[in-house]
Design a protein around this ligand. Structure first.
Ligand code: NAP
Ligand code: HSE
Length: 442
């Protein structure tokens, strides 16, 4: 008997998903047994890139999640509500769920997975992080035998596209964002992407899988790329770095004893990445996720982080996993623990103030005797050790100075920076250097 799919949404990802399912030839043989049974949309008369029989289309999405014949509900409508309520209703009806919705999972994962475990159904989300890149299933399965130390990713295509163009053209953020919006790469309201919120949702999901615990989204520190300037990118280039928006989840260690702590670093921020690091060459809208663990070492996943075809590939891979499980075990047996969520507790997250990292900062000071000495004192007073100071530019009596520090506690660096503001004409916000990665790839 065919496995029946109820699709909530027929937009970019939904239409891509239907296109794969409606054309199973040459793909996994099990796909011939999966049926696009019902499809929910907002505007039934909108032209679509796939042909769906009118009697399968509905605007009543609740009727899909409560339809006794639907085996798998595929939520590709986006947004928080009604997506969350429909997912929960589907679960309570005993239906398996596939979703691409990182925003819902990062916020309501606890509620959704608790309900799924009670109902004995799967909620799979391969498409929620990294678009077409298979990274969720590897973290659950093939990499699950490893003790994971760190997951570091470029997980937002929009910001990677903007930073790549800034790097290649020497342009500033605002005009390139405007162009990206015109070209359809960035949304009309770009804040989820450019303020780092989308990447924070994604690293929360990856961290939960890699470190086996739930993540409170509020614990993820997130900074976006609005304050990254063409000047920063040029200076980073001269210092041997590129600037990337990294999402980092890392098991924290004691900076003194190097002992592994039972807490995580979880952060999203622009990072100076050494040009020799594998993440430095991930450009345009592409995503990549570097996983480091014991005993595997380093594994990097690279590919298209968005788009109809790639994201639908990930959605359909989840549908196929559930269909295979239904075919082989029967719906009534115990869930496969490699597909189900097994987390019971919340991970402890280190305060951002305690993170130890190297920092880059660009300062503008009056070109007067003793200014560098005063700056040095501000840093020294707070145990910030300077790795390099370069005076890069000088005009109208104002000198531009780029400082890179040795590893230092974030709180110390910020206090030193506040004190240095008294010496500066202007100081641009500090960018963290790739402290967590550069020592391994230099
Ligand atoms: P989209 O193009 O805007 O499509 C949304 C679909 O859902 C549309 O078909 C829309 O119907 C339908 N819909 C939305 N709200 C509805 C409502 N209240 N009632 C009925 N139908 C409703 O979105 P998308 O780009 O495919 O994204 C879908 C999900 O995938 C999101 O969670 C997104 O974050 C995630 N995702 C997207 C990408 C990507 O490349 N686009 C990549 C990874 C993950 P109409 O067509 O009738 O308006
Ligand atoms: N807005 C997201 C990005 C889409 O730019 O990566 C994929 O989740």
């Amino acid at each position: 008997m065919a496995v029946k799919v109820g699709l909530l949404g027929l937009g970019t990802v939904g239409a891509g998903t239907a296109a794969i399912l409606l054309d199973p030839a040459g793909r996994h043989p099990l796909m011939a047994d999966i049926e696009v049974y019902r499809v929910g949309v907002r505007s039934p008369n909108k032209p679509r890139p796939v042909e769906i029989a009118p009697d399968r289309l509905t605007t009543d999405l609740e009727s899909i999640v409560t339809d006794p014949d639907v085996d798998i509900v595929v939520e590709v409508m986006g947004g928080l509500e009604p997506a969350r309520s429909l997912i929960l209703k589907a679960i309570h009806q005993g239906k398996h769920v596939v979703t691409a919705n990182k925003a819902v999972i990062a916020r309501y994962g606890d509620e959704i997975f608790t309900a799924a475990n009670e109902a004995g159904v799967y909620v799979l989300l391969e498409a929620a992080v990294g678009g077409g890149i298979p990274v969720i299933q590897p973290l659950k399965q093939a990499l699950g035998v490893n003790r994971i130390h760190a997951v570091t990713g470029i997980v937002n295509g929009t910001t990677n596209y903007i930073l790549t163009r800034m790097q290649q053209e020497g342009g500033d953020f605002e005009p390139i964002l405007a162009d990206a919006q015109k070209l359809g790469y960035a949304e009309a309201d770009p804040s989820a992407d450019v303020d780092g919120l989308d990447a924070a949702d994604k690293i929360a999901i990856l961290a939960s899988l890699a470190f086996g615990g739930r993540i409170n989204l509020a614990d993820v520190h997130s900074e976006g790329i609005r304050h990254v300037s063409a000047a920063d990118i040029t200076y980073a280039d001269q210092l041997g770095f590129v600037i990337k928006l990294l999402a980092i989840a890392r098991r924290d260690t004691c900076p003194v004893s190097n002992e592994v702590l039972d807490q995580l670093q979880l952060r999203v921020h622009p990072t100076l990445v050494p040009k020799t690091h594998p993440l430095a060459s991930i450009n345009d809208v592409y995503n990549a996720i570097l996983v480091e663990g014991d005993p595997i070492g380093q594994v990097m996943f690279f590919g298209p982080g968005a788009g109809a075809g790639p994201t639908a590939s990930a959605v359909v891979s989840d549908i196929l996993s559930i269909a295979a499980s239904l075919k082989s075990q029967g719906a009534t047996q115990a869930p496969n623990p490699l597909l189900a969520c097994t987390h019971q507790h919340y991970c402890k997250v280190s305060p951002m103030a305690d993170i130890v990292s190297r920092f880059y900062v660009r300062l503008r000071v009056l070109d007067q005797p003793g200014v560098i000495g005063q700056l040095g004192l501000c840093f020294g007073n707070h145990e910030v050790s300077i790795e390099s100071v370069v005076q890069i530019d000088l005009h109208d009596g104002v000198a531009e100075i780029v400082v890179v520090t040795h590893e230092v506690r974030e709180a110390n660096f910020q206090t030193a920076l506040d004190e240095a503001a008294g010496v500066c004409v202007h100081s641009d916000r500090a960018q963290r250097t790739a402290g967590v990665v550069d020592h391994q790839f230099r």
